[in-house]
Structure formats: C-alpha cells, structure tokens
Design a protein around this ligand. Sequence first.
Ligand code: MN
Length: 270
Amino acid sequence: MSKTAPNPADLLTGLAQSLASGAIRTIDLTHTLDPDFPVIILPPEFGQCARFRMEEICAYDHRGPGWKWNNFTCGEHTGTHFDAPMHWVSGRDLPNNSVDTIPVDKFVGPVCVIDCSDGAAKDEDFELTPEIIIAWEKEHGRIPEDSWVLMRTDWSKRRGEAYLNMREDGPHSPGPTPDAMRLLVEERGIRGFGTETVGTDAGQGVHYTPPYPAHYILHGAGRYGLQCLNNLDQLPPTGAMLVSAPLKIKQGTGSPLRVMALVANGGASS
Ligand code: MN
C-alpha cells in the first residue's frame, strides 16, 4: 500500500471511535411490539393482519426452573415493519422481491427526512406533493439516488384510536400523491420510502390513480417501504444513515424489524 492511500480499515475504526465517543449517536426509530399497538384494518371482505401476541413458555418455574422464554406470533406487517416488493401485485414477478432475497447492502444506507409535521397537524389527510419535495430540495439539495426518503408527520405521537383514525369512510392519515411517488422513484431513483403511519400510503390512498400509489409505484420498481416509524423528529433532514434489516423469512413479503439511524452530532449536513 502506498503512503498516500487511505487504509480502508481506518474507515471502520473511525466509525467505532465516533460511536464510542458519542460523536455519532444511534437513534431508535422503532415502536415496541405490543399487543395493543394498532395494525392496519382492511375492509371486512379481505384477510386481516394479526396483532402481536406473546405466550409464556416458562418463567423460572416448573415448566423450566432456570430460565424464562416466550413464543410470539404476529403478521409480517405488524408494528414497525419493512415492505418487500413482493408485497404488492406490481412487484410480484420481480427478482429478489422477498425479504430473504433482497441484497443485504440495501439494509444500510443514507436517508433524507421531509418534515410534513406542520401540515399533518392541520390536515389529517395531508398530501406529500412534488411541490413539497422540490421545495425541500431547494433548501437541502437534490435527493441522492439510492437513498431512503422518510415522510415525517409526527403521527407516531398518536395513541389508540387516533393512530388508525378510522371513520365511516375508512382511515384518515397523511401520505404521498401518485406524482410525488413517481418523482421519488422514477426521477430520483430512491431506494425506499418510509412513514410514521400504518402504511406507506395515505389512509384514503385507495382513491388515487393508481390506488395505493406508494405501494404500487415503489414495489413495482423493486423498491422498499417502512411503516410505523418512530422518533423521526430526532433526525436531521440529510446526513443520517439508516439501518433497517428485516427478518430473513423465506419468501416473506415483509417483516417487523428494529430500525435505527446513525446521526452525527451537530445534526444536519446542510
Ligand atoms: Mn406493510
């Protein structure tokens, strides 16, 4: 190795030192898996996603005197979770479209956060539009190819029935328009899109063309989704690194997961 070439190992040593010193912080973007955490509710003619359930096997007792453990059950799309391209009909025939076949390097990557919290506070059907994305880019720079984009709404602070926000005509929660998704996927080439709500789409997303545009456009292009994210208000608009690896379920369409962000102290890079 020449004297001037950087030693690749130094990159990881520097990261480890920065994590140890607190110069880089790790932020948890995950809700606790809990039987009370809401799951999406579809119209009654469709199959439903299961809530998280935990069953005690033993607890230092006659069933096992020296240990404690549990069995749990849930849906692939329960709690803070990852959506694979296979989740949607538009992505059903793509290669590497299930959680077990997605290349693992897609589970670590840069993230942009678009703050829609003011709008979502005033309008529960708030739409992320291309105009909002372009305005964000004027301030923070162009969204880099192959990065995650997260829509911050502060919806994660809602509890109980206010989270799904069901009405007679279905759920009401913020989300992206079809044109916003086309801009992000087709023109910016994003890796994935994430939200604080129960889906990547708006509660009333069935009424767009195509219906559920985030799911349809993301997964049809082989991109990924993250939902029920937490603590997005602790992220800078740019410069954080997202760690989001789903369980390796054979032919799985999604999975609960622990989502974390690495953030350099001092916050945003712009
Ligand atoms: Mn999902």
